[in-house]
Design a binder for this molecule. Sequence first.
Ligand code: CA
Ligand code: CA
Length: 218
Amino acid sequence: MKQYLFNKILHRRLILIAFLPTLLGACGGEAEKTENTTTGSTSGLFEDFEDNNISDWTESIPGALTYTFEAGATGAGSSLRISGNASVHPDGIEKVLTNTNPTYISFHVKNVTTALAGGYFFLTNGPNLGIDDGIYFMMKNNGFMGPFNNWTYAYTANTWYFVEFKNIDFVNFTFDYYVDGVLQNSAVPFRYPISSFTNLYLYNYETTSSWFDDIDIQ
Ligand SMILES: [Ca+2]
Ligand SMILES: [Ca+2]
């Protein structure tokens, strides 16, 4: 009898363990990574939007834009969709960075159209465009995307791109810019020679929809 009860309890426990991931998923468990998977650094940022909310970001102008969650860049999970604009730079969501001298940054981005400016990925040491800009990436309304003054990549509407900034150099204020693993421009200058990136802003300048996923700052 004892053995029977033991087996019964064990069986129930095994069932519980088998369904635990499903139960956690149903509860909307936070699946975001808090450390960088490549370097193991805990001072960087990895934002995969798998929590399906922006509660860990700050809205620059609360209520100005719409934030929803759609299919992830690589086919699984979620990405952030930013719709609309507030016609103010930078008018989306903001994250204060803990690693203020990253050497590597990557993210996935797409714009629903090539005719409206969106997909802004703005690394700064303050909120002021034209003073605080370090790396200022955008998908322009002429069909080209890239960091400021390096809008050389012709993008397609509604298509994901994997953008990387490598060899970020806070002595010479330059970085190398890649799209889908291919070098586009090397030693691209920061827009202004700032010595740290304290903030990241994501937004649209015109009334479009853009998506972001897997933001990785190392
Ligand atoms: Ca994701
Ligand atoms: Ca998050």
